[in-house]
Design a protein around this ligand. Sequence first.
Ligand code: NAD
Ligand code: IPM
Ligand code: MN
Length: 363
Amino acid sequence: MKKRIAVLPGDGIGKEVTRGAVEILRAVGERFGHQFSYSYGQIGGGSVDELGTPLPDETIELCKGSDAVLLGAVGGPKWDRLPVHLRPEKGLLKIRKELGLYANLRPTLYYSSLADSSPLKREVIEEVDLLMVRELTGGLYFGKPSERMKQDGRDVVVDTLFYQKSEMTRVIKLAFELAKNRKSRVTSVDKANVLESSRLWREVAEEVAKDYPEVIVEHMLVDNAAMQMVRNPKQFDVVVTENMFGDILSDEASVLTGSLGMLPSASISESGPYLYEPIHGSAPDIEGQNIANPLATILSVAMMLRLSFGLEEEAKAVEAAVNEVLKSGFRTKDIASVGTKLVTTTKMVEEVKATILDNETIQ
Ligand code: NAD
Ligand code: IPM
Ligand code: MN
C-alpha cells in the first residue's frame, strides 16, 4: 500500500516524539511491505520564528494533499507573549478548522505493567478502557468575539461560547456509533445546570439517543465527571463532551494510564485526511533532554494505521509491541517505577521498533 503522510513536528518534545513515531512507521512499512512517504511541514513557534506565521499556507496545502497527518506539539514560553494571531496554539487551532476535524478521539487504556506508574490505586484503574470523544472545532476555542475591551472606562474581557446545533449533533452521533462497537454506554458530559449551550447539548444528546436504543446513555455534569474520573473510572465507556471540557478531562484521564505521555489521539473529519497527535504538549520543562515518552505518539501512529489506512493487523502489531516493551520493563522517566529499566526517548523507540521487526509472535 502507498500512502502520503504529512509530518508536522512543531515545537519542543513534539520534534523528539514525531521523529520516533516516523521510525515506527518506517518499521511497519518494512515489515509489512508498505510504501509510506513523509513530507514535513512547519507549524507553531518555530514557524513563527522562520516564516512569521504559526501556520503557513504551504502546510495547509501539504496536509490537504496527504492521506494522513502526524503532528507533534506546539508552543512554549518563548512565544507566550506574542499577539494572539502569532501564538503557536493558533496554528494548531487553524489546522483543525481547515481540515474540518470536528471530533477528537482520545482513548485511555489500562496497561497492567504500568499500574505502579499511576498515583491511583490498582483496583481503581484496573481494566479501564474509556474513549473520550471531544468536540474539536467549536465552543470557546473559536468563539467571536474573544477580546479585551473598554466598557464604561473599565477594562473588560469577553470569550464567546458559540455552537451550532449541527456541530453538537454530528459529534454526539459519532460517539453513539463508536459505542455500538464497544460496551454500548455513552456518558454525555455538560454543565446543563448553568450553561445554555450545555442545555442544548443535553437536548441533542437525548434526541440522538432515541436512534440508538441499544446504547445506554447517561448525562453527567462536568464537575462530577472530573471527580468520577478518578473515583471510579471503570464506569465509563464512551465519554462525549464539548471542546474545553474534553481538553481538561482527557488530561485528567491520562493519569489513569500512568502518564500524559501515554495518551494518543485521532482527529476525525467528514472527508479526511485525519490528523493524529499525542494529547500532550511541547513539554518545555523536559525538551531537548531525550527523556520524553514517545509512546503517545507511537500509539497515535497505530490509530492512523487503523482509521486512515484500514491496516488493522499493522495497528495491532504496533500496539502489541508497545505492550511487550512495557512488559519487558522499559520505562521513560515519566512512567518509571521501582525495578524497571529507565531508558531515553530514542532507546524506547528502538525497543518498539526492534519488537515490530523481530517478534515472531506479532502476526
Ligand atoms: P504539556 O502537556 O506540554 O506538559 C505537562 C507536563 O507533562 C509537563 O511536566 C511535561 O514534562 C509532562 N509531559 C508531557 N508530555 C510528556 C511526555 N511525552 N513524556 C513525559 N512527560 C511529558 O503541557 P503544558 O506544560 O501545560 O504546556 C506546554 C506548552 O505546550 C504550552 O505552550 C501549551 O500551549 C502547549 N500545548 C500544546 C499541545 C498541542 O500541541 N497539542 C497540547 C498541550 C499543550
Ligand atoms: C490539546 C492542547 C490544545 C487544546 C492547545 C495547545 C490549543 O491542549 O491538544 O489538548 O487545548 O486543544
Ligand atoms: Mn490539552
